[in-house]
Design a protein around this ligand. Structure first.
Ligand code: NIG
Ligand code: FE
Length: 422
């Protein structure tokens, strides 16, 4: 038998490989060859002594090994921040009011347009590395703070640079229909025409788009307007997803289902009919408790209905400067439990198996199974439920991406030296 490159022992495994539960395996072993997982099982089933089976034997120190986390909904590239708006919201001004007076997303659009691409990359790199240090190996990043051709392209190029300059895989989502930009009041049609006829095709041509998203909400775009963006995506054979039913029931879940979206996200106001439509179409429910918490919303997403109808639930940070400045997937898991009533097992599935599915990557990442990408996170916990239990702190000890060490608590993050970053 060919020797494996690496064999992890003295670890417990949460494989997430079954459709339910975390697939816990006490005293497991996991082998890697190249960038793939070669073998997963319990140590007692190993076909020989570890030292003979692999070139390198790694001691997991009795920790838990999980799939690398998938943060499947973020807006981590942006200029500026909105701490001042946070203060105003605490004084009683609502998120919608801020949006209507030209703040909110449009405030971040102005700051993002004013930033150089290098500045955008530098700001995002810090946040991306922080996610990596919390076990994330794949991150989704959206455009949507440019809203003109040039700045949308610059954001998406910055997303590709994040992939080059960190060990992370970056899935780039085009969100040209995030808000109606300044200067287009009363000219909604024209803005949508720009998005579907120019911005999206150009971004796609440059190879910058992995999926297409839109914000279906009273302060953003109607269902019909989002459908127009989706039609353009379908034309280019790009998968779609949707910011749906966050602040009101705009039948976003139904729209996402109609287009066979990868996921519909937020969903606080989704109706039972919406949930059933998602179930029939196999749409993942994207739960974003950071936005619910930070906007101090009161209506929670219909988690019990998702369970009953068999809709898979993903959990993500939604990391963005306005509604969810949340920089830890572990905190997102904790909030998904405390605020939305997920079990710690569901929360863990939400940032692994179901996060992968929300990006259409379920055949490659999100579980520990032979043949999958060797994306791993090692945790100093006695029970995987602790990943959703601690509030703050970071029990991550090491992260492996594609078979290579990507982050370790003991050492610096591998990657190009800082002076290689322009
Ligand atoms: O996912 N809901 C729309 N978009 C973001 C918020 C963006 C912002 O406020 O800057 C979200 O919550
Ligand atoms: Fe979002």
């Amino acid at each position: 038998m060919e020797r494996w490159d690496e064999l992890w022992t003295n670890v417990h495994l949460a494989t997430l490989a079954e459709p339910e539960g975390v697939g816990a395996m006490d005293d497991g072993a996991l082998a890697l060859t190249g960038d793939r997982i070669a073998w997963v099982g319990s140590r007692s089933e190993l076909p020989g002594p570890p030292g003979e089976l692999a070139r390198r034997v790694r001691d997991g120190g009795g920790g838990w090994l999980t799939p690398g986390f998938v943060d499947s909904h973020t807006h981590l590239i942006f200029g500026g921040n909105r701490a001042r708006e946070f203060e105003r919201r605490l004084q009683g001004v609502t998120y919608e009011e801020l949006a209507r007076e030209g703040g909110g997303i449009r405030a971040t659009v102005r700051a993002t347009r004013a930033a150089s691409t290098d500045d955008l990359v530098q700001g995002a790199l810090g946040r991306a590395r922080e996610l990596l240090s919390h076990g994330v190996t794949t991150v989704e990043v959206k455009s949507g703070y440019g809203l003109d051709v040039e700045t949308e392209l610059r954001m998406l190029r910055a997303a590709r640079r994040l992939q080059e300059e960190t060990p992370l895989s970056v899935h780039a989502t085009f969100l040209g229909a995030h808000a109606l930009p300044d200067g287009y009041q009363g000219r909604r049609e024209e803005y949508l025409e720009l998005v579907v006829a120019e911005t999206l095709p150009r971004a796609h041509e440059e190879g910058l788009v992995d999926s297409v998203d839109a914000f279906c909400e009273s302060i953003a775009f109607t269902g019909e307007e989002c459908a127009r963006v989706f039609d353009a995506a379908v034309e280019l054979c790009l998968p779609v997803r949707l910011h749906a039913d966050q602040l009101s029931d705009g039948r976003g879940a139904e729209l996402a289902a109609r287009y066979g979206a990868l996921s519909a996200d937020h969903l606080e106001h989704t109706s039972e009919a919406g949930v059933r439509a998602m179930a029939r179409a196999g749409v993942v429910a994207g739960l974003l408790p950071g936005a619910f918490y930070f906007l101090r919303e009161e209506k929670t997403p219909p988690v019990e209905l998702f369970r009953r109808e068999g809709v898979p639930m993903m959990v993500a940070t939604d990391l963005n400067p306005g509604s969810s400045p949340l920089r830890s997937p572990l905190l997102a898991m904790n909030m998904a439990c405390t605020l939305f009533g997920l079990t710690p097992e569901e929360a863990l599935a939400g940032v692994t198996r179901n996060g992968a599915r929300a990006l259409g990557l379920q055949d490659r990442i999100g579980t520990l199974e032979a043949g999958r990408d060797a994306d791993l996170a090692l945790w100093d916990v006695d029970d995987p439920a602790e990943l959703a239990y601690w509030i703050g702190g970071n029990p991550c000890r090491a992260v492996v991406k594609g078979g290579r060490p990507a982050w370790s608590r003991e050492g610096p993050t591998p990657g190009p030296p800082p002076d290689a970053v322009p």
